[in-house]
Structures are given as C-alpha cells and as structure tokens.
Design a binder for this molecule. Structure first.
Ligand SMILES: [Zn+2]
Length: 221
C-alpha cells in the first residue's frame, strides 16, 4: 500500500473511533442521568436485623424520609420480626443474605440452596412476601447456584469496610470520596459507628441533591 493510502486509512479509523467514543459517552451520561441533573444512590445494610442498631437506623431513616435496602440473615429474622415488619411498612427493600452467613460457593450446593430458601421462608413468614433480591455473603456465587436460584443478585461498588474500621468519620469520609451517581454502598447495621456515618452521609448527600433509592430502583434497565 502506498503511504498516502495507509495515512488515509489511519485517519478514517481515528475519526470512526472518536465518533464511537462520543456516542458511548452520550449513552453513559444518559444512563446515569447526568443530563437531567438527577443523582441516585442506594444505601444497603447487611447482616441484620440487629435488635439495637437496626432500630436506631430505622428511626433515623424515617425522620429523614430515606429508603434503604436490608439484606437479612435468616437466623436473626424470627427474633426480630417487628423490625422486619417495619422495614417493609416504611418502604425499605428486604433481601436475603443467607441464613448463617456461609460462603455459598464453598458449601455443597444443597446446603447453599437450603441457606437461601430457609431465609426466604423466614422473611415470607413475617412480611407475606418472598424476597426477590439476594446479596451473597462476600459476593460469592457460582454457576450451580445460578441454575437453582431464581433471584436477582445485588453486589456493591462502594465499600468503606465499616465493620473493620468502626469509625464514623472514616466510614463517612470513604463514602463521600467514592460516591457517584448510581453507587450501591455496602454497610452493616450492627455497629453504632455505621449508623452514625449513614446519617451523616445522608444529610450531606441530600444537600448535594442526591436521592436515596432502594436497589430495585437502581437496577432497572
Ligand atoms: Zn454479610
């Protein structure tokens, strides 16, 4: 090929690439609502219900008019039925986080299925409805479970390791640094520092124009 032909080909490819990138960027912005100025974020709380701190959290969420998503451990549901009922009554999403917090991909598949089904049953017993959403502990899942379990998996993209740092300021700081439109924030309603950090983040993000939604609202295509 002559040099000029090669040059023209490269130039054409570069132009096409640029146009493609522009379209992609436009779609991404539309998907994230940046053209409308709306910003959405989901707070998610795992490992509850906790008789002490879930109660404080629910009161604070109610006071602030904020909806969250709770991924419950089946083993705590029966002894905290009133909290679970309140979650549903107050518009929060209730999901499954296994019965005993096992690594679902590491135990025999029958055991993993039983962990999930027992938890769905415990929640249904209280709320009248079987959860549609599951957050597998540690995010661990496998193909066998995909075949057996017809539920939507929910992972996360902001993780302040609240259970480890146990510090309101650090947890809130991590979230504020990493949050963006569409974030799913992972927290645990078993610690007072987490509940305080959640309230701080809610108050700040509301001032910045964020809307708090449940994960089902964020995962809609
Ligand atoms: Zn967990």
């Amino acid at each position: 090929m002559e040099k000029i032909t090669v040059f023209c080909l490269i130039a054409a490819m570069a132009l096409l690439g640029w146009a493609g990138y522009g379209r992609w960027q436009a779609q991404a912005e539309e998907a994230y609502g940046e053209d409308t100025g709306n910003q959405y974020v989901a707070l998610t709380f795992d490992d509850g219900p906790n008789p002490e701190y879930t109660l404080v959290l629910l009161d604070g969420l109610k006071e602030r008019g904020v909806k969250a998503s709770f991924f419950l451990l089946g083993k705590y549901v029966e002894e905290n039925q009133e909290l679970v009922r309140r979650m549903v009554e107050e518009g929060h999403l209730v999901g499954n986080h296994s019965f005993n917090h096992v690594i679902l991909s590491k135990v025999p598949v029958e055991e993993a299925v039983a962990e999930i089904e027992k938890t769905n049953d415990a929640i249904k017993e209280v709320t009248g409805e079987s959860p549609r959403y599951i957050r597998p502990p540690y995010g661990e899942w496998n193909d066998q479970l995909d075949e057996r379990i017809d539920m939507e998996k929910v992972l996360w993209n902001v993780d302040p390791l609240d259970w480890k740092v146990l510090d309101r300021e650090k947890v809130a700081g991590h979230i504020m640094t990493h949050v963006r439109n569409g974030s799913i924030i992972l927290l645990h309603d078993s610690y007072p520092s987490t509940v305080e950090a959640a309230f701080e983040v809610i108050d700040t993000l509301k001032d910045q124009g964020y809307t708090f939604v449940t994960v089902d609202e964020l995962l809609v295509d």
